[in-house]
Ligand binder design. Structure first.
Ligand code: KIV
Length: 263
């Protein structure tokens, strides 16, 4: 299993890091057999698994349930768990209760969004022995404050984003997700930081890439953002299989004798 030391080593050796989201046991078993470096149990599960229109409905209990399922399926992978909406914006006791739950569920590290107002808490979590992954740019938990899912850090906003990235590194984050930021800005941040950056919609020059599993497999047939590449036409394959099952049932070719029990 990879550790945070491998993240630092990859950056030093200029070796790219691959991360994939995963939310359930069955998918985790498959990811565990792959070469992908690490798993993010992202709060995007509110959208991909629960059909919500944002990540806001994810709760600590929901995250813990999915993290424990993924942990069972992927015992050999480094697992990052997302701290959900507001779970790190309360008092220290409540915030740490969330950290405890998500670590007990099987996370090896936790991710949280944004820098402003989070720095002291991140330091406390890191000093408590829990690795923290930062997340800047499009921070989906703030979708309503941002006015939608839109590219961040264009024009004069770039300077602030660079400052925040440096603050997160100084606070002790072991890596940083950059979501939906211009490629040139992601490259500049990546060069300035000692810790690896992992991009999603942040161009080719981050230290690693993360994709949502459903997007990567082409299972999301409704919407495809510009930055997504589907490595499989999974949606079509699934629908074809459903239709094949339907027609074989109706044509009486499924099940056969071989697929039936004898008395
Ligand atoms: O929740 C998530 O899936 C994420 C990734 C998009 C980085 O935070």
């Amino acid at each position: 299993m990879k550790t945070i030391l491998d993240f630092f080593d990859s950056k030093k050796k200029n070796k790219k890091i691959s991360m994939i989201t995963c939310y359930d046991y069955t998918s985790a078993v498959l990811v565990n057999k792959s070469n992908v470096d690490c798993i993010l149990v992202g709060d995007s599960l509110a959208m991909t698994m629960l059909g919500a229109d944002s990540t806001i409905p994810a709760t600590t209990d929901i995250m813990a349930l999915h993290i424990s399922s993924v942990k069972k399926g992927a015992p050999d992978k480094f697992i990052v768990g997302d701290m959900p909406f507001l779970s790190y914006r309360k008092n220290l006791t409540e915030n740490m209760n969330c950290v405890e739950k998500l670590m007990h569920a099987g996370s090896h590290a936790l991710k949280l969004e944004g820098a402003t107002g989070n720095i002291d808490f991140i330091k406390h979590v890191v000093q408590s022995g829990v690795p923290v992954m930062g997340h800047l740019g499009l921070t989906p938990q703030s979708v309503h404050q941002l006015g939608g899912f839109r590219v961040q850090g264009r024009g004069s906003a770039a300077k602030k984003l660079i400052e925040h990235a440096l603050e997160l590194e100084q606070a002790g984050c072991f890596s940083l997700v950059l979501e939906a930021v211009p490629a040139q800005l992601a490259e500049e941040i990546t060069e300035k930081l000692q810790i690896p950056t992992i991009g999603i919609g942040a161009g080719a020059h981050t230290d690693g890439q993360v994709l949502v599993l459903q997007d990567l497999l082409g299972l999301n047939t409704e919407f495809k953002p510009k930055f997504v590449r589907s490595f499989l036409n999974g949606g079509e394959l699934f629908i074809n299989a459903f239709n094949q099952f339907d027609s074989e049932v109706k044509q009486l070719t499924f099940p056969t004798v071989n697929e039936s029990y004898e008395a």
